[in-house]
Design a binder for this molecule. Structure first.
Ligand SMILES: Nc1ncnc2c1ncn2[C@@H]1O[C@H](COP(=O)(O)OP(=O)(O)OP(=O)(O)O)[C@@H](O)[C@H]1O
Length: 116
């Protein structure tokens, strides 16, 4: 059971220390609110859930890369920059994918609600 709590501790640490993680959690909450408010299908909710999980999981990995790089060197190094920037890029790619998916799924329902 210990590895589970170590993992939970890691998640709590990332939420407490990473501003971007807070942004992802607020965005995830917004997705839940919209999915509850709009008549989305089970499949659509499942797709949205997958993106939310992917973005949060990648942000956790990004945090791990940042900590590892900082542990290895405090000096300015091009490889340290590449490692951090590439890891951050993976989060950005997923976040853009999630935003586009959310727009495609929620967009038509919102238009239906407000345009008669
Ligand atoms: N050791 C380093 N050598 C060279 N460039 C670095 C180094 N550390 C950080 N950088 C550059 O500065 C940027 C900001 O680094 P920092 O460690 O503050 O992470 P961050 O991206 O601000 O993470 P967060 O805000 O999520 O904690 C990195 O994306 C990278 O481009």
């Amino acid at each position: 059971m210990k590895p589970f709590w170590f993992a939970v501790h890691g998640i709590v640490h990332a939420v407490r220390t990473e501003r971007n993680m807070l942004i992802h959690l607020v965005s995830s909450l917004l997705v839940v609110v919209f999915a509850w408010w709009l008549p989305t299908t089970k499949l659509e909710n499942l797709i949205l859930f997958g993106w939310v999980v992917l973005v949060i999981a990648l942000e956790l990995m990004n945090t791990a890369v940042e900590r590892t790089v900082d542990l290895v060197t405090k000096d300015i190094h091009p490889l340290a920059k590449q490692a951090k920037d590439v890891a951050a890029g993976s989060v950005l790619v997923a976040a853009i994918g999630a935003a586009i998916t959310a727009l495609f799924i929620f967009g038509p329902y919102i238009i239906d609600k407000f345009v008669i």
